[in-house]
Design a protein around this ligand. Structure first.
Ligand code: FAD
Length: 457
């Protein structure tokens, strides 16, 4: 192997966590190397946030035309050309990857393409196309992300049983799809394929869709998905799921069988930690394989773990926020614990949801006595204009201050940043009167919920 090169900061993984960390560390004057085994941009750009939202953006017009059909704007039939959309996706992702590569290079950050493994404290080997390169680090940042996981008996086989990676590459629109898991990935990809005309069946083991959301939100999600003709089985566990004669064959523990052209296994994601040699750097993994970190996201002496791989939030914005924080810790600019504040969370399903802070069930579990207020989207002029009036904004209050905000309905993800500020700053109803809310906007639903009467939770 060639002689080793030394960097102040070596980052394993060029996803949102690694990229943000590299940018911040180089801005703080450190020498930085990013090691990327596959593609820059990570899951988020290549197989996650960005392709899903491109697909959803492309199909929303179809849905809105259908919703506006009473205006007779739609005559005849319209169809999305999936192969053309796949071409657009490929071009868009390649452009974004190039932009990241240029950004790294403009900042003087070294990019090493290959798989990195820790061989000893302070030392990483990178297996590149040209051979193995050894690099030495002052600090190592593990940002290797996550991958889809499946329970035994339903392992994706690349034929009829796919995970989100496989589903995002389909070029033929399946007539039917069974989705295992009524969480964020199942709901988002279900929305996309439903709008292409695929008939959707969801199987969720718990008793409601998006089970971590406020129960009223889960109920509205189920109502609106059923209106779009989804078949929903909650409280049902899968006994087996296999490809069989060109179809996916799913058997429930009850013995009932569901056949579909394809199956999407969307039961969760697990960390990428195998074979990284993290034990050589003194890191510990929890029982699910996530890297254990302290309150400064430190995994061992001079080793940090950020993004999905530490299992804290599994969101791209959380990953990049953690990456930038750790870069400042390494550079001595931040000496405090990691306190990110309220975490914004959205599902771009049919319908969208957003949530930040704590909702009544969580507040009650902490012995508090929350009250709630609501605003229905039916009264909002922008919701009316888009002919999508189902849904609401709901606020959880404790002692007259906002502790949590959630919403469900068309376009509500746009409300998340304002809601995050309201929760972070513990707004009162009076605060709603201290800014001018543009009219007409969906934001006015937040204002109405802020000033509405509260009731018991
Ligand atoms: P990753 O993005 O997974 O990046 C890790 C990188 O490390 C990868 O590029 C990998 O190749 C590289 N790597 C791994 N091992 C090695 C090694 N040994 N050597 C070198 N490189 C290595 N989040 C949101 O906030 N909003 C959304 O709308 C959203 N939608 C999603 C939709 C889907 C379908 C999926 C699957 C995820 C979605 N997410 C979304 C989650 C988001 O993609 C992740 O939270 C985010 O990508 C995590 O960033 P990361 O940098 O921690 O890891």
């Amino acid at each position: 192997s060639s002689p080793s090169e030394r960097f102040d900061v070596v980052i394993l993984g060029g996803g949102p966590a690694g990229h943000a960390c590299a940018v911040e560390a180089s801005a703080c004057g450190r020498s930085v190397a990013v090691i990327e085994a596959s593609e820059l941009g990570g899951t988020c750009l290549n197989r996650g946030c960005i392709p899903t939202k491109l697909f959803l953006g492309a199909t929303d017009c179809v849905h809105e035309l259908a919703a506006q059909a009473k205006m007779r704007v739609a005559s005849g039939s319209i169809a999305i050309d999936l192969p053309a959309l796949q071409d657009r996706k490929a071009k868009m992702l390649a452009g974004n990857r190039q932009a990241i590569e240029k950004d790294l290079s403009a900042r003087g950050i070294t990019l090493l393409r290959g798989r990195g493994t820790v061989v000893a404290p302070g030392m990483v080997d990178v297996v590149t196309a040209e051979g193995t390169v050894r690099v030495e680090y002052g600090d190592l940042v593990v940002a290797t992300g996550s991958r889809p996981t499946a329970f035994p008996g339903m392992t994706p086989d690349g034929d009829r049983v796919l995970d989100s990676d496989g589903i995002l590459d389909l070029s033929d629109v399946p007539q039917s799809m069974v989705i295992v898991g009524g969480g964020v990935i199942g709901l988002e990809l279900g929305r996309f394929f439903a709008r292409l005309g695929t008939s959707i069946t969801v199987v969720e083991a718990l008793d409601r869709l998006a089970p971590w959301e406020d129960p009223e939100v889960s109920k509205t999600i189920a109502q609106l998905c059923k209106r779009e003709k989804w078949t929903i089985h909650t409280g049902k566990r899968v006994a087996s799921l296999v490809s069989d004669g060109g179809r996916a064959r799913l058997v429930l523990e009850s013995g009932d069988e569901i056949l579909a052209e394809v199956a999407l296994v969307a039961t969760g994601r697990g960390p990428v930690t195998e074979g990284l040699g993290l034990e050589n750097a003194g890191c510990r993994l929890d029982r699910r394989g996530f890297v254990t970190v302290d309150e400064r996201l430190r995994a061992a002496d001079h080793v940090w773990a950020v993004g999905d791989v530490n299992g804290k939030a599994m969101l791209a914005h959380a990953a990049s926020h953690q990456g930038a924080y750790v870069a400042r810790c390494i550079s001595g600019c931040d000496t405090g614990n990691y306190t990110p504040g309220p975490m914004p969370w959205c599902i771009y399903g049919a319908p969208e949801t957003m949530r930040v802070g704590e909702m009544p069930a969580e507040l009650e579990a902490r012995g508090l006595h929350p009250r709630v207020s609501r605003a229905m989207l039916a009264a909002n002029p922008i919701a009316q204009a888009h002919a999508s009036v189902q849904g609401f904004v709901k606020i959880a209050w404790v002692d007259g201050r906002v502790h949590g905000v959630t919403a469900v309905g068309h376009g509500v993800a746009h409300l998340i940043t304002q809601a995050t500020i309201m929760v972070r700053d513990g707004w009162t109803a009076e605060d709603a009167r201290r800014i001018i809310w543009a009219h007409p906007t969906l934001d006015e639903a937040l204002r109405h919920a802020l000033t509405a009467d509260t009731t018991d939770a």
